[in-house]
Each structure stands twice: as structure tokens, then as C-alpha cells.
Write a protein that binds this ligand. Structure first.
Ligand SMILES: Nc1ncnc2c1ncn2[C@@H]1O[C@H](COP(=O)(O)OP(=O)(O)OP(=O)(O)O)[C@@H](O)[C@H]1O
Length: 305
């Protein structure tokens, strides 16, 4: 797949702190790319720059091999839609009013598509949006965004506050709609399971830096979990604190990068542990925790080993 968007060395300071620090990643055309990160890692700042709401201090945004300035480029902005759970068109308006606004304000507005999406989503055109449930509001915002016919849809925590059934329905519908229209999705979220289910590729942000980026499969293939049953008082912490051994019954487990597997096995042998079970195909959540641990993010709950 061709690369449609490249973000290169993007940096932004907010009140003297680096909200983004040389963030770099690429998004293949027509794909879903997840931006994963713990609180305060820079996800919203990144999307706001791409939506043209903030400008960066340094770095480059390349769209279809052309360097663009989202904060100063109306052609770019006509191809990009940003869905932010904290911002919406006025909720005192009806969706009919949203439609009128969309037709006036968006060069690529497709009224036929908007109506068809509202029918699919069972959303009434003549009811004020503040009377909608949270799930209905999010559907309305997504329908509005899709009706602007974006080539790139930026989503900031789009399913926060929604129950698991609605969340799954919305995702399924959205990814299908985006695929039909050829749009690429950039989704910032804490929800590792959503990224695992939907994304083709992902970037992990930590303290404003992109600490990992690549295809989902590469992330999932890149690590395993070791399970050991030490006898007596084997000092697992002394082996490698960064592994963060977790106790479960009479065994300990730790996720490790596949590349360091032999090294860790050698360390275990050196303290008399020869029986090591290796688990493959683990949930992405375990990989994400491993990434965060490597970066020094504290996991209080894991200090039991
Ligand atoms: N308006 C602001 N004023 C001061 N600091 C800010 C502002 N906006 C962002 N920051 C800081 O920039 C950093 C990145 O914030 P950002 O909101 O982009 O992270 P995030 O990954 O989206 O977080 P969350 O998951 O909690 O929404 C944080 O340290 C945050 O405190």
C-alpha cells in the first residue's frame, strides 16, 4: 500500500513543556492507523496539529508526497475531518441545521450521503441534538464528518463513554464506511483492544515521543510471554527489573521482546531456572504494557513479584 501521510520530526512545546518531541510515523493509504498512548502522551496535540488547530514548532507533514501546512492550508483542511468528543456543532441545532451548515461551510459536502448515513444510523433530522444519547451524538458527529468526504478522518477517543455494545457497533460501521469511501483513519485512543481489533498499523506515543511505529502484526509478533515456576527464593527481580515479573499462583510471568528471549533465558539459567514456558500470540495489551515498562512508565500493581 502507498503511504498517504507521513509525519516527520513533529515537535510542539506547550507552556515550555514538550507536548510533542520529534514524532515520526507513516500511514498507508486507505488504512486504519492507531495512535496509542497513556494520558498526557501527546495524542490530542498531534491530532490538533493535523487538523490545523495548532501549529508545530518544528517538523513536517507530508500528504501524498507533498509537504503541507495543515494550520495554513485550506485545500488540506477540505480533505481532513476531525472528530473530537469534546467539541461539536451546536447541540441546540437539529441535524437538519447541521446539514445546512455543512453545505455552506464544506467544499466537499455530500448532502445525499449525510441523509443516507442518518437513515442507516436511525438518527432523526428534525430533533435537537441535545436530546440525543451519547451514542447518538457520536454517530451524528461521525455522519457529519463522513459527509464532508474526508480523505483522512482524525478521531480523538471517539468511543469514550460508550457502552461496549454501542462501541463495537460504531466501530464496525465506521470502518466499513471509511473503507467504502477510501478514507484513511487516524485514531487516537487508550483503548488497546480497539486498536488490536481494527488497526492495520499503529504508533505508540510516550511523553510526546513516538516510541514505536509499524504494522500491527509486527507489534504482535515482536514479543512473547515467559512463564517460570521458581523453586525457593529465586530473586527474579534481580534478573532484570525492567521485565516486571508478575505473580500468578505459584508461577511468575513476564512479557519480553522476542529479540531478547535468548538473553533472558541465559539469565534464568544462571539462577537455576531451566524450565521456561513460552507463550505466543498474546493480546496487544500485554505488548503495550511491555512498551510502557521499557520507557519507564510506573505500574504500581505489578510490584508483587
Ligand atoms: N492547553 C494546554 N496547556 C498546558 N499543557 C497542555 C495543554 N494541552 C496539552 N498540554 C500538555 O501537553 C501534553 C500532551 O497532552 P495531550 O492532551 O496531547 O495528551 P493526550 O495523550 O491526548 O492525553 P489524554 O490521553 O490524557 O487525553 C501533556 O503533558 C499536557 O499536560
Amino acid at each position: 500500500m502507498d503511504i498517504i501521510l507521513s509525519v516527520r520530526q513533529l515537535s510542539k512545546q506547550i507552556r515550555g513543556q514538550a507536548a510533542l518531541d520529534a514524532v515520526t510515523f507513516s500511514v498507508p493509504e486507505g488504512s486504519v492507523h492507531g495512535i496509542l498512548g497513556v494520558n498526557g502522551s501527546g495524542k490530542t496535540t498531534l491530532l490538533r496539529i493535523l487538523a490545523g488547530l495548532y501549529w508545530p514548532d518544528a517538523g513536517e507533514v507530508v500528504w501524498m508526497e507533498r509537504s503541507v501546512r495543515p494550520w495554513n492550508d485550506s485545500a488540506w483542511r477540505s480533505q481532513v475531518a476531525f472528530v473530537d468528543p469534546t467539541v461539536s456543532l451546536p447541540v441546540r441545532w437539529t441535524l437538519g441545521d447541521w446539514e445546512t451548515y455543512g453545505a455552506l461551510m464544506h467544499q466537499r459536502w455530500d448532502g445525499y450521503r449525510f441523509r443516507s448515513l442518518l437513515r442507516q444510523l436511525d438518527l432523526p433530522l428534525d430533533q435537537r441534538v441535545h436530546q440525543f444519547s451519547l451514542g447518538m451524538r457520536m454517530r451524528a458527529k461521525l455522519a457529519f464528518a463522513l459527509a464532508t468526504r474526508p480523505r483522512l478522518l482524525l478521531l480523538d477517543e471517539p468511543t469514550t463513554g460508550l457502552d461496549p455494545v454501542v462501541r463495537r457497533q460504531i466501530w464496525q460501521w465506521l470502518v466499513g464506511e471509511a473503507a467504502d469511501s477510501g478514507a484513511s483513519l487516524l485514531v487516537a485512543t487508550h483503548a488497546v483492544d480497539d486498536v488490536e481489533r481494527l488497526a492495520d498499523s499503529l504508533t505508540v506515543l510516550y511523553r510526546g515521543r513516538s516510541v514505536w511505529s509499524g504494522p500491527l502484526e509486527e507489534a504482535k509478533e515482536g514479543f512473547v510471554k515467559l512463564v517460570v515456576r521458581p523453586e525457593g527464593r529465586t530473586p527474579l527481580h534481580a534478573l532484570d527489573n525492567a521485565l516486571g515479573w508478575e505473580k500468578g499462583g505459584d508461577s511468575f510471568s513476564a512479557a519480553v521482546e522476542r529479540a531478547s528471549l535468548d538473553h533472558v533465558r541465559d539469565q534464568l539459567r544462571a539462577v537455576g531456572i531451566h524450565q521456561v514456558a513460552v507463550q505466543e500470540h498474546l493480546p496487544l495489551d500485554e505488548w503495550f504494557r511491555l512498551m510502557m515498562r521499557k520507557e519507564g512508565y510506573a505500574f504500581d500493581a505489578d510490584e508483587s513479584a
